[in-house]
Design a protein around this ligand. Structure first.
Ligand SMILES: NC(=O)c1ccc[n+]([C@@H]2O[C@H](COP(=O)([O-])OP(=O)(O)OC[C@H]3O[C@@H](n4cnc5c(N)ncnc54)[C@H](O)[C@@H]3O)[C@@H](O)[C@H]2O)c1
Ligand SMILES: N[C@H](CO)Cc1c[nH]c[nH+]1
Ligand SMILES: [Zn+2]
Length: 425
């Protein structure tokens, strides 16, 4: 892994920003724009053509039948079902805490103000499936939607040569997904945004995916809501001489193995740790089944930054704004308040990142590419919206009417003032 030292903080920040900007790629953007256009024009026909082209699968029925889902469930190892159920329980108990409540307020006699929280009517969940199957992403997407009370939960996932992963289908059954369609990539996002003969248009699209999926979500935003840009996985680790190099390397590789475009960054003030982690990464890479993917990610986007102080380490990491941040410093918890930008934070040696990927309860659908500066983890709030309402009595309006009219006329909006004054007679 490349070790960068003897650079100023500003030089390192410039380097990091340049790498983040690489995640938006004009070539992918134009390819995705063409795919979206074709899906809008040709609907299901385009979805099937792209599935053949990109996934190598000829599809007859985009929709997966209830029978196929039930049959798949029966074939999954009971140990895997039990683990999925435990994960579902933890994810549910954590996400129950996120439910936003309606409220009403009576600031004075005759005035009622309120906010009604309602679930979105229809949502589209993207579950990735290009180089790995992601039953865990089914749970992370669907459980918050279910808790929010969404009535129509639609899931899309790329078709597979040997049929969809039974574990993915089992997870969808456990989480209560309503309809599943086998289609992936930018074409699936276009179908959810605009609708086709088979796939209904939804109100919001959530879920992670590769650069094509992330770029497509960005492109359809406005036609439909999206949760965030949740692209290729990332891990940033802050570690000092107290950290264990073998653990740090293992955690960097846990995210590198997702995608050749994944990012793995260590920031440390210990030269000894930097060198040991670099050696460990090379050693551990050699025995990984997905070595080719993880190696490409480490070669392209794997960096160890060596700086002088913990304050500088934290400052730099806030600039990286990684999807996952591990703090492997002495007394890790003490640093939480200094973290401004990160999707999800893992504290101390024993909170290894894959705990969050699968089982602990917090969501693993997280902002990437520096977007943790302004986005947060997927949650129940993503599946709820708020409607405000207001009621006034005649007396309450009489008290406020003159000030409303004054403000309306100050904005040059006479019709507004007259609407208020119309009630005076
Ligand atoms: N940020 C998060 O919260 C989070 C969570 C889980 C996974 N992930 C990321 O999700 C991604 C999963 O990626 P994946 O590839 O396995 O599955 P994917 O489902 O995201 O992508 C597969 C689809 O990409 C499309 N595609 C592939 N090559 C293409 C090309 N050349 N042109 C046009 N379209 C093409 C195909 O339609 C294919 O079906 C990884 O990057 C992983 O890191 C992120
Ligand atoms: N680390 C991924 C989010 O970037 C989530 C995941 C699913 N399965 C394994 N990992
Ligand atoms: Zn992961």
């Amino acid at each position: 892994m490349k070790i960068i030292q003897n650079e100023t903080l500003d030089q390192i920040k410039a380097r990091i920003r340049q790498q983040t900007e690489k995640t938006t790629n004009p070539m992918i953007e134009s390819q995705v724009a063409a795919i979206i256009q074709q899906v809008r024009e040709l609907g299901d026909e385009a979805l099937k053509a792209y599935s053949k082209k990109f996934d190598g699968v000829v599809i007859e029925n985009l929709k997966v039948s209830e029978t196929a889902i039930d049959e798949a469930f029966k074939t999954v190892d009971p140990k895997v079902i039990a683990a999925l159920e435990q994960a579902a329980e933890n994810i549910s108990s954590f996400h129950q805490l996120e439910v936003q409540k309606s409220f009403e307020d009576t600031p004075r006699a005759g005035v009622l103000r309120g906010t009604k929280v309602t679930p979105l009517a229809a949502v589209g969940l993207y579950v990735p499936g290009g180089t790995a199957a992601y039953p865990s992403s089914v749970l992370m997407n669907a459980i918050p939607a279910k808790i929010a009370g969404v009535k129509n939960i639609i899931m899309v996932t790329p078709p597979q040569k040997d049929g969809l992963s039974p574990t993915v289908l089992a997870a969808a059954k456990i989480a209560g997904v309503d309809h599943i369609y086998q289609v992936g990539g930018a074409q699936a996002i276009a179908a959810l945004a605009y609708g086709t003969a088979s796939i209904p248009r939804v109100d919001k699209i959530t879920g992670p995916g590769n650069a094509y999926v992330a770029t497509a979500k960005r492109a359809v935003y406005g036609q439909v809501a999206i949760d965030m840009i949740a692209g290729p996985s990332e891990i940033g680790i802050l570690a000092d001489e107290s950290a264990n190099a073998k653990d740090v390397a293992a955690d960097l590789l846990s995210q590198a193995e997702h995608d050749k475009k994944a990012r793995a960054i260590l920031i440390t003030n210990s030269e000894k740790l930097a060198r040991s982690v670099s050696d460990q990464v090379e050693k551990q890479l050699q025995t990984l089944p997905r070595e080719d993917i993880a190696r490409a990610a480490i070669e392209e986007n794997g960096f160890i930054y060596l700086v002088d102080t913990v304050t500088e380490m934290i400052d730099l990491m806030n600039d990286v704004a990684p999807e996952h941040l591990e703090i492997q410093l002495k007394n890790a918890y003490d640093y939480v308040d200094q973290i401004q930008n990160a999707g999800s934070v893992f504290l101390g040696r024993y909170a290894s990142e894959p705990l969050g990927d699968y089982l602990a309860g917090p969501n693993h659908i997280l902002p990437t590419g520096g977007t943790a500066r302004f986005s947060s983890a997927l949650g129940v709030w993503d599946f709820q919206k708020r409607i405000q309402y207001l009621q006034y009595s005649q007396e309450a309006l009489a008290d406020d009417a003159s000030n409303v009219a004054v403000l309306a006329r100050a904005e040059g909006l006479e019709a507004h003032a007259r609407a208020i004054e119309s009630r005076e007679n």
